[in-house]
Write a protein that binds this ligand. Structure first.
Ligand SMILES: *Cc1c(COP(=O)(O)O)cnc(C)c1O
Length: 217
């Protein structure tokens, strides 16, 4: 199945970049995929998945968690503050921390719940008005603000503009992470995960290359 090909390509990209085997986590992005395809990937032994909507994740993953051990679920899409609690209950990591209001809400809930998923700060590296993410110029201050709130920030995430060479954006994200002492880099999708790994990605988010084209809706 495609999963095996993608795993092999991840391993090759790690080796080509002189990185340790297994240093990159492959997040299989299952949004808008039929359950049968997700089950096939679970049955093949994969356990790390990504969803971009809380509601869809809530409908799908508690049932899979009942049936399969060791699932790790990453929320990678924009998060509204009124869904933050549900997102924290459902997921092991949130990749879309992108504004002070959300950071404050997550911090308050983390206090209350006594736990918090791993967090990634989304950076709008292309400075696109319609796209979520903190602007590169504001990233250092926002990382500091999240740390002051005791949030478990593991790294940074970006989604490069569709019509630009993604490597420039991956390199920028890596630079911002490095100067802030952050080890995690969530970058790279179906079309560019090998380039992201070459530039230091620790988490690649691959959907259609594993599962096939998504159902529209
Ligand atoms: C859908 C999605 C992906 C996966 O996209 P593919 O091109 O199917 O690999 C990765 N990251 C985010 C944030 C997404 O929403």
């Amino acid at each position: 199945m495609a999963l095996e090909d993608i795993k092999a390509q991840v391993a090759k990209a790690e080796a080509d970049a002189g990185r340790a085997p297994g240093s990159v986590t492959l997040i299989a992005v299952s949004k808008m995929q039929p359950d049968a395809r997700v089950e096939a990937v679970l049955d093949a032994g994969h356990r790390v998945f990504g969803e971009n909507r809380v509601q869809e994740a809530a409908g799908k993953w508690p049932g899979f968690r009942d049936r399969y051990d060791g699932i790790e679920l990453h929320l990678i899409g924009p998060l509204q503050t009124n869904k933050a609690r549900q997102a924290m209950e459902l997921s092991d990591a949130i990749h879309s921390v992108d504004r002070p209001k959300l950071a404050k809400t997550l911090a308050r809930l983390a206090q209350e719940m006594g736990q918090c998923p791993d967090l990634f700060i989304q950076v709008n590296t292309g400075e696109e008005p319609q796209k979520a993410g903190i602007l590169p110029a504001d990233a250092d201050a926002f990382v500091a603000e999240c740390r002051a709130l005791d949030l478990p920030v593991q790294g940074l995430m970006c989604i490069p503009p569709v019509n630009e060479e993604p490597s420039l954006h991956f390199a920028l994200l890596a630079k911002i992470a490095e100067r802030n002492g952050l080890g995690g880099l969530s970058m790279g999708m179906s079309g560019d995960f090998e380039r992201a790994i070459a530039l230091g990605a620790t988490h690649v988010r691959v959907g259609s290359a594993i599962f096939g084209a998504r159902e529209t809706g």
